[in-house]
Design a binder for this molecule. Structure first.
Ligand code: DGL
Length: 266
């Protein structure tokens, strides 16, 4: 495929979580055109089989490539840890993935005990296991599956009582276990930072990978000479296969006219 620098960056997630990554990318690369794809109908990916996650990731990539994306950001830890290798082999376009920042947490911890909150699909993946095995053996990793969190966010219950009590049940045990760094290993979770902070106060540092993904996107665009040099105002489109309300909650007012609902069979 001939790639042009003004073609958009494609970003996909199982739902609206990846908008947390989109925001970091847009802040660092404001001249880049973008297309965001939320496969909310199929969320959560974290409870699906590896095969299903791979097939959904291929389907999302195909749509973004039809829309002429020059680079794809897999703004989903679950899809990255289960499918990025296959995507890279199958498609001739650069891919940027997101993985839980456990290496950074291992560098920052003073208690040698780090927590990670992520989906079952991420925590059970070979890639996550491989990365965990590279850490210094003294580091203890407390893994928590954030079951139910993505569903609550996708159904706009971000500030609900249910959310509060789920977060409390997942995070308060970590405080008794000497954890001093908590890695957010799912792109939906940065939207829960205010609530997590209410629970952990200053006792636990919260770490996520959003900024690092944006920097990596910039570096790979530069390496492939794909930076958009046009000075025209950038354009941004958002596609979702459920309804607009959920993605509207997480996008700027002036971008909401750019949201399109995908046809039923997607
Ligand atoms: N936002 C996703 C992630 O980073 C996926 C959550 C899900 O669909 O289970 O893992």
């Amino acid at each position: 495929m001939i790639k042009s620098n003004s073609f958009p960056i494609g970003v996909f997630d199982s739902g609206i979580g990846g908008t947390s990554i989109w925001k970091e990318i847009n802040a660092l690369l404001p001249l880049e055109n973008t297309i965001y794809l939320a496969d909310s109908k199929n969320a959560p990916y974290g409870e699906k089989s590896k095969e299903d996650i791979i097939n959904l990731s291929i389907k999302n990539t195909e749509l973004l490539l039809q829309k002429k994306c020059k680079l794809i950001v897999v703004a989903c830890n679950t899809a990255t840890t289960n499918a990025i290798k296959i995507l890279r082999n199958k498609f001739d376009v650069p891919f940027i993935g997101i993985e839980p920042a456990i290496k950074l947490a291992a560098l920052n911890t003073k208690t040698n005990t780090i927590g990670i909150l992520a989906t079952k699909g991420t925590l059970n993946s070979e890639l996550f296991e491989k990365t965990s095995n590279t850490l210094n053996k003294e580091i203890i990793i407390k893994e928590i599956i954030g079951k139910g969190l993505v569903e609550l966010i996708e159904s706009k219950k971000i500030n609900s009582k249910e959310m509060k009590s789920l977060l409390l049940s997942y995070i308060s045990p970590l405080m008794k276990e000497n954890v001093d760094c908590l890695v957010l290993g799912c792109t939906h979770y940065p939207y829960l930072i205010p609530q997590i902070k209410e629970i952990v106060g200053n006792q636990i540092q919260i770490i996520d990978s959003g900024r690092a993904v944006a920097k990596q996107t910039k570096a790979i665009l530069e390496k492939n000479s794909l930076i958009n040099s046009s000075l025209e105002t950038s354009s941004h489109q958002f596609f979702i296969n459920t309804n607009k309300e959920v993605i509207e909650m997480f996008t700027d007012n002036k971008l909401q006219k750019n949201i399109t609902i995908l046809e039923k069979d997607f």
